[in-house]
Ligand binder design. Sequence first.
Ligand SMILES: *Cc1c(COP(=O)(O)O)cnc(C)c1O
Length: 225
Amino acid sequence: MATPLTKSLPNGLAQVEQDIARACKEAHRERASVTLIAVSKTFDATAISPVIDAGQRVFGENRVQEAKAKWPALVSAHPGIALHLIGPLQSNKAKEAVALFDAIHSVDRPSICEALAKEINSQNKRPELFIQVNTGEEPQKAGIAPGEADAFIASCRDKYRLVISGLMCIPPVNEAPAPHFALTAKIAARNGLKNLSMGMSADFAVAILLGATHVRVGSAIFGAR
Ligand SMILES: *Cc1c(COP(=O)(O)O)cnc(C)c1O
């Protein structure tokens, strides 16, 4: 008998959910304390739809233009979707970013704060904001240096009147991620920030053990890019 063509099941999502549940249990944390952001960058609606159908509602994209091209149709077809911008933001895209995204994880310099504050006021829309910390102090990577983080967080609050939800980090690829997650958690704690966006496909379980509240998982759900 010929096998009918079916939509491929999002097996990756089931495995990731299982691994998150295990890490939460190990960390003595509630599953609900961790938000899974399914990172759908480079994947089109055909790949994303089965993951939505499986119940996933929070998605991450790293480019404003790409998200703008593919998400509005999916959002209007599926109520309750939340979109997170996880990639670097340019000031001239702040308007579109505030209009489209429910959260922005890449706040890292005064020009972005200024542009976001302006758009938040004029659009009267308040995306959840995370400050990106460049924990590895890598020159090619976005994010505020750890030594400048406290002052930057203070200026986001005092000068730009932004409500900051938490911190985000992307550890260097060739290093153990745990010290980077621990450093991010420490900076957040001393600044009274409760959310931590950290952990990707290769290391989200470690991140959960170190306090991640938001894990950004792409390839483990959607496959290789
Ligand atoms: C692409 C990306 C991810 C997801 O990476 P995977 O290794 O595919 O899980 C997470 N965070 C950021 C900032 C990304 O750009």
